[in-house]
Design a protein around this ligand. Structure first.
Ligand code: HEC
Length: 149
């Protein structure tokens, strides 16, 4: 028979396990998944991958910002975009990052929204589930995006 102490230890083990991901640092998760191309601080690489730290861009998208961001992560992005003071990005496509689990994606999206968009918006579990179920096409994403900056 399992002693109450062992049962408590097992319960505590489960709780600790469930709580652990909350300690993961969103900035570090962003750097791991996105930093090689977009820079650890979202500063971008000119001519290769756009800067993501552009509050005016994100704020101009209003309520669409979390859905656009989640859509780019789930679908990737291809096509000509103009970003960050008229720089054109063309020829390099962003591969989709759908291999990330839901928790990693929401952590990354919320980090971008708070740190690079100065916004209190978040990517909800429902929006992410809808994007996973029906990933937006590149044309959908480009239509959602502000074309001028
Ligand atoms: C292999 C390099 C690479 C990786 C890794 C990568 N991206 Fe990108 N990303 C790009 C490129 C290149 C573009 C521009 C694509 C285009 O011109 O259509 C882009 C575009 C974007 C855009 C659109 C910006 C705009 O101005 O509309 C967002 C948002 C974005 N990436 C977020 C992310 C996030 C979040 C991650 C990590 C989960 C990530 N990217 C990982 C290369 C990358």
């Amino acid at each position: 028979m399992t002693s109450p102490i062992l049962q408590k230890a097992a319960l505590l083990g489960c709780l600790t396990f469930n709580v652990l991901p909350a300690f993961a640092d969103p900035a570090a998760v962003f750097t791991d998944a996105c930093g090689a191309c977009h820079g650890a601080a979202g500063e971008g690489i000119p001519g290769f991958a756009p800067k993501l730290d552009r509050p005016a861009f994100w704020q101009a998208m209003g309520d669409d910002a979390p859905r656009y961001l989640g859509g780019v992560i789930v679908s990737g992005l291809a096509g000509r975009i103009v970003a960050d003071g008229g720089q054109t990005f063309v020829g390099v496509s962003m591969p989709n990052q759908a291999y990330l689990d839901d928790e990693e994606i929401t952590m990354i999206a919320d980090h971008i929204l708070s740190s690079f968009a100065d916004s209190d918006q978040t990517l909800s579990a429902d929006t992410l589930a809808a994007l996973r179920a029906d990933p937006p096409s590149h044309a959908d994403l480009l239509a959602m995006r502000q074309s001028e900056e």
